[in-house]
Design a protein around this ligand. Structure first.
Ligand code: CP
Length: 317
């Protein structure tokens, strides 16, 4: 098995074999991240440009770290200090960077579909670092890697995703990937933040928080994405916390060895109480560590496209 695509745009496109291959490759990079010297020469001479048109802490930093650990030349582009403020189009921006002989673009953008549009207009490889409401595939991969490390096989797991599902690209990527790997996914959130049509996703819609959490192996909490909501969709933060926030009491309905996940950034005291975020069942910070490994895997598999990638990652490293 190898990853033959030019780009990594979304989990909806990938087969279960491709997802598993990406996860296996990422697992080999976890070992490198434990070393004293966390650097390999794999992408020496390659150029990775992080094109972020939206704010980010985890994704941008971990892509930069990932590129550097693979010895790529990593450049961070910030939209606010670029010539896009003078009216330059998205494609002109990308084409100019392509003609600087860049190999990989990592792109975050507020508009769904924008990253695919870029990929269709460049010969460089493109990784989606989050496009609007659409997808955030490397977040799904790091979530799956974390679940696999704690629970083994994804198949048959009961996974609850709770919160603002409608406006979450993380939820969308997670759901596609989890279903492809055979998990049972339940969704719960305020009616104003649940997609109208859940059935096509193959998920169970829960009527209460208790129903969503009961017997779950994984409880994944989501932030209210105010920046993507056209109008205010909840009466008050306090009310949201009461009905949709995860407390220890609610978590006790999950399986004894259930894990708590959150993609970050957390709004403490809203969707997740602080004592739950920091409890022994929380794997939120291990998710962040796995983010570096997953992004190393993605850059490795796409960054070597022009030079040919090894069929055996461990052998190459
Ligand atoms: N999970 C995530 O995408 O975090 P950032 O917005 O900080 O990158």
């Amino acid at each position: 098995m190898s990853y033959k695509r030019k780009d990594l745009l979304g989990m909806i496109d990938l087969s279960s074999e491709e997802i598993t291959y990406l996860l296996d490759t990422a697992q080999t990079f976890c070992e490198i991240n434990e070393r004293d010297v966390k650097k390999v020469p794999t992408l020496k001479g390659r150029t990775v440009i992080n094109l972020f048109f939206e704010p980010s802490t985890r994704t941008r930093t971990s892509f930069e770290i990932a590129g550097k650990r693979l010895s790529a030349d990593t450049v961070n582009f910030s939209a606010s200090s670029s010539s896009t403020t003078k009216g330059e189009t998205l494609i002109d921006t990308v084409k100019n960077m392509e003609y600087m002989h860049s190999d990989v673009f990592v792109v975050r953008h507020a508009y769904s579909g924008s990253v695919k549009f870029i990929s269709e207009n460049t010969d460089a490889s493109v990784i989606n670092a989050g496009d609007g409401l659409n997808e955030h595939p490397t977040q799904a991969l790091l979530d799956l890697l974390t679940i696999r490390q704690h629970k083994g096989d994804i198949k048959g797991l009961e996974i609850a995703i709770i919160g603002d599902i409608t406006h979450s690209r993380v939820a969308r990527s997670d759901i596609w990937a989890m279903k492809k790997l055979g998990a049972n996914v339940r969704l719960f959130g305020p009616p104003t933040m649940l997609p109208k049509y859940i059935e096509p996703f193959g998920c169970r819609k829960c009527a209460t928080m208790e129903e969503a959490v009961e017997g779950a192996d994984v409880v994944m909490m989501l932030r209210v994405q105010r920046e993507r909501q056209g109008k205010l969709l909840l009466p008050s933060t306090r009310e949201y916390a009461k009905f949709f926030g995860l407390t220890n009491q609610k978590l006790n309905l999950a399986k004894e060895d259930a894990i708590v996940m959150h993609p970050g950034p957390i709004n403490r005291g809203v969707e997740l109480m602080s004592n739950v975020a920091d409890c022994s069942r929380s794997v939120i910070l291990p998710q962040v560590s796995n983010g570096v490994a997953v992004r190393m895997a993605a850059l490795y598999l796409l960054g070597l496209k022009k030079g040919g990638q090894s069929e055996n990652t461990a052998e190459k490293l």
